[in-house]
Design a protein around this ligand. Structure first.
Ligand code: M6R
Length: 378
């Protein structure tokens, strides 16, 4: 049931605050304080997952891969664990050399994606051959705890997003992000790579995310709907982001491609001058994510290079960013947030933009051409 929304995708975008709340309740001890002597996390993973852990590798496709890229950033930054990420379709035919004490994580909302399933199965069988030397461990991050992948792995993190009908993944991506926040913080806490003060700061930030997403939905949706009309004749668009927001640029571009059929590319902001800048002119809009944090100035100056090429420049920025109106032609503000948590908010304008552009063009938002919700063939 669409519950009054025109499309399932819109309904699912609006369900994201609830997904975050459900994950917070499921995985966090909400009464935890910095003086508590116990762990704030309730992931319920077997101890064998953590023992002597040295490396992580992630396999996934599409939007799930983008969640994994953010996961890599979090696992390396917070838990100091080297993390590799690969397209499942590439991994399955050229897996990297085995390393001991490695956790393999398959991310798939459906739990049925053929390439992701095959990649995890390959890992399972080649590690079994070499056991016990390699101390294999496999984890699935999925929205379907009854799916095929759950029968291959040792343990599962449920993304608690509820059934997603729209082919474009939105709320399941949100659940995947939550899984990676809790996993990387849990690992950081156990490994002693995070201070209690920083942990408490991030936990406080996580708890306010649902209401911050609601603020974006309440204040930005009408504006983004109006903006969508300027994409009526757009054939190409570029999305830029740096650091933890680079995967959100990729996700913004993927969403636009799949439901509005506009050619779009996501790039790390610093790469633009190495090629794609040649594409820019007044007909190619650039959507840049420039959130406060360690790459803010760099990301802004990369965005300005696009403006110098006459591109119409959209900025996804922090609400407190006083300079944004000078820098960008159109500003899409999100509430101020810790840089590490910012993808949870910056993805919302991306989803709303692609949704409204596709809806404005009269396209079948929930069932885009050539796509299936679950890709069970290779
Ligand atoms: O079920 P999965 O998460 O394994 O699906 C992976 C991709 O097919 C999926 O994310 C696809 O890219 C979506 N349509 C993106 O919106």
């Amino acid at each position: 049931e669409k519950q009054g929304f025109r499309h399932f995708m819109a309904k699912e975008i609006y369900e994201q605050p609830a997904v975050v709340r459900t994950c917070l309740e499921a995985y966090l001890d909400l009464d935890w304080t910095p003086s508590s002597n116990k762990s704030p996390f309730k992931l319920d993973l077997p101890e064998s997952i953590y023992k002597d852990l040295e490396n992580i590798q992630i396999v996934a496709c599409g939007t799930s891969l983008h969640a994994g890229m953010i996961g890599k950033y979090l696992l390396e930054e917070l838990a100091q664990l080297p993390t590799a990420i690969q397209y499942a379709s590439e991994f399955r035919y050229s897996p990297p050399p085995l390393t001991p004490n490695t956790l393999t994580i398959g991310i798939t909302q459906s739990g049925e994606t053929a390439d992701t399933l095959a990649a995890v199965e390959i890992e399972q069988s080649r590690r079994k051959d070499k056991a016990p030397k390699y101390h294999s461990r496999l984890l699935a991050v999925t929205n379907r705890t009854d799916s095929a992948i759950t029968r291959v792995v040792d343990c599962v993190i449920d993304t608690h997003a509820g059934m997603e009908i729209g082919v474009a993944a939105t709320k399941t991506f949100m659940g995947q992000l939550m899984a990676f926040y809790f996993l990387s913080l849990d690992l950081a806490h156990r490994r002693g790579t995070i201070t209690v003060d920083r942990l408490s700061e991030i936990i406080t930030g996580l708890k306010v995310l649902p209401s911050q997403i609601e603020v974006i939905l309440e204040t930005q949706e009408k504006y983004i709907q109006e903006l969508s009309h300027s994409f009526l004749d757009t054939h190409d668009a570029i999305f830029l982001g740096r650091g933890i927001n680079f995967p959100i640029a990729l996700e913004g571009a993927l969403k636009l491609k799949e439901i509005s059929y506009i050619h779009a590319e996501g790039y790390p902001s610093g790469e633009m001058k190495h090629g794609p800048i040649a594409l820019l002119d007044a007909k190619v809009p650039v959507i840049a994510i420039t959130m406060p944090g360690k790459v803010y100035e760099k990301a802004v100056s990369n965005a300005q290079e696009a403006k110098a090429r006459d591109s119409h420049l959209y900025g996804v920025v922090a609400a407190s960013d006083k300079d944004a109106a000078e820098i960008f032609d159109k500003v899409l503000p999100v509430p101020d947030v810790d840089e590490l948590l910012s993808p949870v908010l910056t993805v919302i304008p991306m989803q709303l933009m692609s949704y409204h552009i596709a809806a404005m063009r009269g396209l079948d938002v929930d069932q885009p051409r050539n796509l299936a919700k679950s890709v069970t063939v290779e």
